[in-house]
Design a protein around this ligand. Structure first.
Ligand code: PGA
Length: 258
């Protein structure tokens, strides 16, 4: 059995208000603060609520992350947020390359890699998200797309930085759709991702790197996904907006390695 500690993130996306973000973070802390020995737990609220949520997480063991970052340190980049701003708000983590940034906002692999490198150099930990679209899957390009996104995203990132990198495999067709990869399909993709990490960094780093699954994870399907050998937790969107559902997914991740 793997010795990798499971890691579960709640990606709130562009949801919540100041009030509901506060309530949700309180509920998450009260239901999950005791689980952080078994599972690393992260939450990714919208930018305007980072500081408020940060205050609620103090001493809980639950870590704060941002949904995006810009790679330049400061300057004339209207609308962007720097990593020092995120650190000032209490963030230790940042998502990089989420499929909505790739496919809705239009980020490419080069920009994603700049963000990944800047975040790591600046002392944040990253969740690098990759995944194929429905069309790519139907065209049998799943492995090729994931390998290409992984290699491009990790370009010039060194082996000694990989302890601060988590990979999230999120098939685009499964995000927010209610469709989930079967545990077997997800495991096959995760195994292939780990093999690519081994080619890039050697087996010790590949075996130590955590790979989350994301895409319509919910309490009903979490246990069988988390039970797969190369699935080390999840990145949760919709279900992270309900504290009991998020808690039950975290508990499934804890049980998978118990
Ligand atoms: P979902 O989102 O759980 O709502 O499918 C996952 C994600 O985008 O990280």
């Amino acid at each position: 059995m793997s010795t990798r500690k499971p890691i579960v993130g709640g990606n709130w996306k562009m949801n919540t208000t100041a009030r509901t973000a506060l309530d949700l973070s309180r509920d998450v802390v009260s239901s999950l603060g005791a689980q952080t020995d078994a599972v690393d737990i992260l939450i990714f609220p919208p930018f305007p609520f980072l500081q408020t949520v940060s205050g609620e997480l103090v001493d809980s063991g639950i870590k704060l992350g941002a949904q995006d970052v810009y790679h330049e340190p400061d300057g004339a980049y209207t609308g962007e947020v720097s990593l020092n701003m995120l650190k000032d708000c209490g963030c230790q983590w940042v998502l990089v390359g989420h499929s909505e940034r790739r496919h809705v906002i239009g980020e490419n692999d080069e920009l994603i890699n700049l963000k990944a490198r800047a975040a790591l150099a600046g002392g944040l930990r990253i969740v690098l998200c990759i995944g194929e679209t429905q069309t790519q899957r139907e065209a049998d390009q799943t492995d090729a797309v994931n390998i290409a996104q992984l290699r491009a995203g990790l370009n010039e990132i060194r082996a000694d930085q990989m302890s601060n990198v988590v990979v999230a495999y999120e098939p685009v067709w499964a995000i927010g759709t209610g469709l989930t990869a079967t545990p077997e399909d997800a495991q096959a993709a995760h195994r292939m991702i780990r093999a690519t990490l081994a080619e890039l960094y050697g087996t010790v780093v590949a075996e130590a790197t955590r790979i989350q699954y994301g895409g319509s994870v919910k309490p009903a399907n979490a246990a069988e996904l988390m039970a797969q050998a190369d699935i080390d937790g999840g990145l949760i969107g919709g279900a992270s907006l309900k504290a009991p559902d998020f808690a039950s997914i975290v508990e499934a991740a804890a049980r998978s390695r118990a």
